[in-house]
Design a protein around this ligand. Structure first.
Ligand code: FAD
Length: 460
């Protein structure tokens, strides 16, 4: 398919001579894992390698160019867009063994890490120095820092702190040509030339393989307070978001969970007395102890004025951890309970979130499906999980997803707030981007990767 060389035994042997024979993954379980990601889609590579240095990656890319075979970078495979799948076969390049946290520099508030470091480990290493690395996708205990950079991952903390892109100061990457390039800088500011570091961030492994990152850290907030606002229905809950965001303080999280999601995680809810049919907003403030209490009071008043039936306070660390554990498991529970599961992560302007969720029953009824909604309400980032209880409904799911995405664009939104396009959403790209924009982006890809060997078949 598509003019790429097959990895014949001879070519495989040549690759292993260049990269090192110990790099080949032969364990059948690991090979199976490398053929899929959190979407559940499957694409089998011809060879799986785990490399440990930029020099090895460079040697691989030079061969890939010479013999024209595809290379697909992979972190932990928690991606929700199929970005790490070998759409055209070839080599899957695992980076999870390049996992050193090279340095936490508390004087300059930076971290230097290899791409395969697990995000939670980086956050813990920063915390040991009283520092905070904010990006916090719910997959943080598994996903790699390189994967989060390649997808510009976000999470609940984005509403106050921004996404991964805001924290990448510089990075080393191996271009498809095999050249090793330093992008960005170690300084907190840099406007010399085009911003290649931030172009790499969010490029889903299509422009270069990230082999080291310099990241910005911030002081660890001294205190945090979490409350759960309970609303009678999802419309009221999401309509409250604009009011909370306009109350004069910046929350460190405004997450929502609809009634259907709530039933899936009710056993994890660390509170009693939440009625069936309710929808939740998880509100959090962080900062200095004095200001946190005051900010939380401001948010609580806004939530009550917007119709919150009652507020539940997660006062101690155990309750706070319980609330976040519950929130992080929502998508896993949805996935476990559905025969067909399509995770969309649209974003709309804050004042359109309620309109979007209000329309969901129409889509559900029309297509005979269930759509679970939860997500980062304070960013207008709504995770719409379109599910069916039997595999024969795939066509209905596709029609429902298309309709939903078109509606999101009508509302002035975007088809992906954080998971990216990858393989899963590339057919929808022309719905959102103009022909000129796609042409320009394809040309950028061609400049970096004229032979289209790095993660081909993604995004466009
Ligand atoms: C339960 C669950 C919850 C999630 N919650 C969130 C969330 O709240 N917010 C969010 O943003 N995402 C979320 N995600 C999606 C996912 O976890 C993130 O996108 C994560 O950043 C992917 O990291 P990874 O190491 O697993 O990357 P992978 O899945 O392995 O790869 C993702 C993409 O990055 C590329 N890539 C990986 N490493 C490199 C590298 N070193 N150089 C170049 N390209 C590379 C791959 O080619 C692929 O295109 C969630 C996923 C799950 C399963």
């Amino acid at each position: 398919m598509s003019g790429y060389s097959k990895i014949t035994p001879e070519l495989g042997a040549e690759i292993l001579r260049a990269a090192g024979p110990e790099c080949e993954i032969a364990d059948p379980e690991l090979l199976e894992a490398a053929a899929t990601d959190a979407t559940g889609m499957v694409r089998s590579p011809e060879l799986v390698l785990s490399l440990k240095s930029a020099v090895q990656v460079s040697a691989l890319m030079r061969l890939a160019n010479k013999f024209v075979f595809p290379v697909t970078p992979r972190g932990a495979g928690t991606g929700l867009a199929g970005g790490s799948l070998a759409e055209h076969g070839g080599v899957v390049l695992r980076l999870d063994e390049m996992n050193e946290i090279i340095e936490i520099d508390p004087v300059n508030l930076t971290a230097r890490v290899q791409p395969g470091a697990v995000l939670a480990d980086l956050k813990a290493a920063a915390a040991e120095h009283g520092l905070f690395y904010p990006p916090d996708p719910a997959s943080l205990n598994e996903c790699t820092v390189g994967g989060t950079a390649a997808t510009d991952a976000g999470g609940p903390a984005c509403v106050k702190y921004g996404t991964t892109r805001q924290y990448v100061l510089g990075l080393t990457c191996v271009l498809p040509s095999g050249e090793i390039v330093e992008c960005g800088s170690r300084t907190r500011k840099c406007v010399v030339g085009y911003d290649l570091a931030r172009l790499m961030v969010g490029s889903e492994g299509t422009l270069g393989v990230i082999t080291e990152l310099t990241l910005r850290l911030v002081p660890m907030p001294r205190a945090a307070s979490t409350r759960v606002a309970v609303f009678d229905d999802i419309f009221k809950a999401t309509a409250a978001v604009s009011r909370i965001m306009n109350a004069g303080v910046t929350p460190s999280a405004v997450e929502f969970i609809d009634a259907k999601c709530l039933e899936l995680i009710r056993d994890l809810l660390p509170f009693e007395g939440v009625k069936k049919g309710s929808a939740l907003l998880i509100l959090e403030a962080d900062g200095m102890p004095g200001s946190v209490a005051e900010e939380m009071d401001v948010m609580e008043s806004a939530a009550r004025e917007a119709g919150a039936a009652h507020m539940l306070a997660a006062d101690d660390e155990a309750e706070r951890a319980g609330v976040w554990d519950m929130r992080r498991r929502v998508s896993l529970r949805i996935h476990e309970n559905a025969a067909v599961y399509v995770p969309e992560d649209v974003a709309v302007p804050l004042d359109r979130v309620a309109e979007l969720v209000d329309r969901l029953p129409v889509f559900e009824g029309y297509h005979g499906l269930t759509v679970y909604a939860f997500g980062h309400a304070g960013d207008g980032n709504v995770h719409l999980n379109v599910t069916a209880d039997d595999a024969s409904k795939e066509e209905d799911v596709e029609a429902c997803v298309t309709g939903l995405l078109e509606y999101v664009l009508e509302l002035g939104g975007t088809i992906s707030g954080e998971h990216g396009v990858g393989l899963a959403k590339k057919r929808f790209l022309p719905l959102e981007l103009s022909e000129e924009s796609v042409r320009l982006q394809r040309e950028i890809k061609r400049v970096f990767d004229p032979n289209n060997i790095l993660n081909p078949g993604k995004v466009f």
